[in-house]
Design a protein around this ligand. Structure first.
Ligand code: ATP
Ligand code: MG
Length: 180
């Protein structure tokens, strides 16, 4: 399984539709300061379900929508699609290629899709958590995060291990069931 492509439309500084294609192996994104490298990484975690504005380096969730520049008006929605090669069947879905999409409108409403079909955030989280891609930090390691793993308290360390072991999904389902 590997990431094949990431398309951003109206996400942060990417006002026009922009597609990045990835080959198996290591990908490096290089560019001058402020050119949008970290925004690409933010788009990856956002499309995989990130719910924290702070993790996305913003003050509120709507900050992911293109805010406009001189000569280009703000946009009303942000959309990111991530295409994953699933020819080895690592994701529990019978498609050799899976595209997950997240759309957010100003005002706050959101939509999620798997291969073009509307779904819930939970469906995307479950699809990914089985594969180990999860939405937590041992996938996207930001500056300072290695420190937080090393200095985690016992509960924090347990959360890392639970996600790696794939039990986090069941815990979330249990919490959801108990809330009903
Ligand atoms: P560095 O090398 O300094 O880490 P970078 O390539 O990682 O830079 P980013 O942090 O990805 O740069 O991009 C920052 C740019 O994105 C800033 O110019 C900022 O104004 C722009 N930006 C962030 N959010 C939005 C938004 N909602 N609308 C328009 N532009 C945005
Ligand atoms: Mg950066």
């Amino acid at each position: 399984m590997h990431l094949k492509a990431l398309t951003l439309r109206g996400f942060k500084s990417f006002a026009s539709a922009t597609t990045l294609k990835f080959e198996p192996g290591i990908t490096c994104v290089v560019g001058p300061n402020g050119s949008g490298k970290s925004n690409v990484v933010d788009a990856l975690s956002w499309v995989m379900g990130e719910q924290g504005a702070k993790s996305l380096r913003g003050g509120k969730m709507e900050d992911v929508i293109f805010a406009g520049t001189t000569g280009r008006p703000p946009l009303g929605r942000a959309e990111v699609s991530l295409t994953i090669d699933n020819s080895d069947g690592a994701l529990p879905i019978e498609y050799a290629e899976v595209t997950i999409t997240r759309i957010m409108f100003r005002g706050g409403s959101s939509e999620y899709q798997i291969n073009g079909d509307t779904c819930r955030l939970l469906d995307i989280q479950e699809l990914l958590s089985d594969s180990g891609i999860g939405r937590e930090m041992h996938v996207i390691v930001g500056q300072g995060q290695l420190d937080s793993v090393l200095h985690a308290d016992p509960m924090g360390r347990r959360a890392f291990i639970e996600e790696a072991a794939g039990v986090l999904k069941h815990r979330k389902r249990k919490e959801k069931a108990l809330r009903k």
